[in-house]
Ligand binder design. Sequence first.
Ligand code: SF4
Ligand code: SF4
Length: 79
Amino acid sequence: MAYVICEPCIGVKDQACVDVCPVECIYEADDMFYIHPEECIDCEACVPACPVDAIFLEDDVPAKWQSFIAKNAELAGVA
Ligand code: SF4
Ligand code: SF4
């Protein structure tokens, strides 16, 4: 299980989540940031830090953003 960054991050990318992640597992891609699913320790610190509510626990990702589970993994190179 890991946390996943979804659609609201695209174009926002303010990096607030990066600053609070204790294991530095949030990385920048071209259009958004993503969470490395094998490095995330499920601490939830990034969730309240995000101003656009883009971050969800994998099991709680809204149906319309399910594709972002794979997108975070693909960007991390572990898909
Ligand atoms: S849940 Fe914790 S470890 Fe995982 S990305 Fe967010 S801040 Fe980092
Ligand atoms: S805080 Fe939210 S909008 Fe900002 S980079 Fe992180 S996920 Fe994207």
